[in-house]
Design a protein around this ligand. Sequence first.
Ligand code: ZN
Ligand code: FE
Ligand code: FE
Length: 279
Amino acid sequence: MGTVALSLGATTFAFFTRNPRGGAAKPPAPDDVRALRTLLDKEGFGRLVAHAPYTYNLCSARPDVVDFARRAMREDLARLEALPGGYYNLHPGSHVRQGSDRGIERIVEGLNEVLVPGQRSTVLLETMAGKGTEVGRSFEELARILDGVRYPELVGVCLDSCHVHDAGYDIADDLDGVLDEFDRVIGLDRLKALHLNDSKNPRGARKDRHERIGAGHLGLACFGRIVTNERLARLPMILETPNDLEGYRREIALLRSLAAEGTSEGSAPERRGTKEGNA
Ligand code: ZN
Ligand code: FE
Ligand code: FE
């Protein structure tokens, strides 16, 4: 995966910790892990952002679903110890008619079961679009989860541009206002990564349909503001746009040119990566 990312001009990338639909995962071969670590070091990659399968739901009403999510997360995090210092992105969960209060409570319980003091990956709660009964569509919901966990230093947030827009935040026209609100409710020190996606739908639609950068309701200018924003520019940025590899290569180059335009002196290069798939 490192060599593909490199060929696209990326300096980070995301990957699923197992088949995105869930299921069993075999541990990576030590030689493969060693080769990957050498490559990442040599090429100066930033932190990697693993993505948990979408099927995990820490706040399902079904105990077997919750048990599976907890067990699988524990396994994922144990395996990620082979790539220390990265992020593990998680959709907080869907409360399926139990209500978001109950959902938040169950997610906190689940995280407290799964997180191990001293672990070297940070779990990132993703900001969600609010499709169905998703928990995490508001900064307030995420803040309540973060406030409940026993090891807050092991948990941060990944902001998905399509999701916050779909959830109703005006990231398209008022990025700084949204970041101010994030800072007030959660604290910008908890923001560790970005998912860069345009949206096929208008603000507040709660649909979660990603669009290619600049082709949706966020628009190119919005991404120009994101990659040059001094509060964001050093975070790992992951593309989850509907693209093939050539499309990702073009989007990474486009974002780099927007970043270069916006910064008069050459500051540290931003981290850009891709993920195939759509979340
Ligand atoms: Zn999504
Ligand atoms: Fe995302
Ligand atoms: Fe996601």
